[in-house]
Design a protein around this ligand. Structure first.
Ligand code: FES
Length: 208
């Protein structure tokens, strides 16, 4: 069974937000322009465990085969949104040598060892990360390359933007410097099964 939802963009700008960013956020929310400047991500629950199993923290299995290049989907795991994004070769190339990152080599343990690499993933093209900002727990939105979001620089290569206090992350979930979020996004334990499906919540090491 597949269930589609759409996660809402936070509509209440945080107290103390930069006036320009506040204006931008209110305007884009009012105009429903999320699709071009900050993309809410559909929540997909495939082969979902029972409510009781989810409450117990069960792993979640999904098939990433039909995720289109550049697309992000959300799978709920332990009550958290886990993003699964298929990155294009161009996106992966942009991750190499990305400048202005707080922890470009992912030295802070925010991911399992098998995701401690430039793309922070097992398969380079597939990002699997918890979609919760490491500052105060808001849900960032995707901001594509070429966006008119004033909170990202002109040479923005695409990534994630947290509207609450303005943290920005690249397409590997690495936070940029001088932002409130202290660390990169969390990569949960996960593994690919023999049939190509993705199991989120446990890996070969037994981590869960
Ligand atoms: S929660 Fe503060 S920047 Fe994301």
């Amino acid at each position: 069974m597949t269930i589609d939802h759409t996660l809402p963009l936070p509509v209440q700008p945080a107290e103390g937000m930069d006036p320009e960013r506040r204006t931008w956020l209110l305007a884009t929310t009012a105009l429903g322009a999320v699709a071009t400047v900050g993309v809410a991500i559909p929540l997909v629950s495939s082969f979902a465990p029972s409510e009781r199993a989810k409450a117990l923290g069960a792993s979640v299995n999904m098939n990433p085969a039909d995720i289109a290049p550049g697309e992000v989907r959300v799978v709920e795991w332990r009550g958290q949104p886990v993003w699964v994004m298929r990155r294009t070769p161009e996106m992966l190339a942009d991750l190499e040598g990305m400048e202005g990152l707080t922890d470009p080599a992912s030295k802070v343990r925010q991911q399992p060892p098998y995701a401690t690499n430039t793309h922070r993933s097992i398969k380079p093209e597939l990002l699997v990360t918890v979609g919760i900002c490491t500052h105060l727990g808001c849900s960032p939105v995707t901001v594509p390359e070429g966006s008119n979001n004033p909170s990202v620089p002109a040479d923005w290569k695409g990534g994630f933007f947290c509207p609450c206090h303005g943290s920005t992350f690249d397409l590997a979930g690495r936070v940029f410097k001088n932002k409130p979020a202290p660390t990169n996004l969390v990569v949960p334990p996960h593994q690919y099964l023999a049939d190509g499906s993705l199991l989120i919540g446990e890996d070969d090491s037994g981590a869960a």
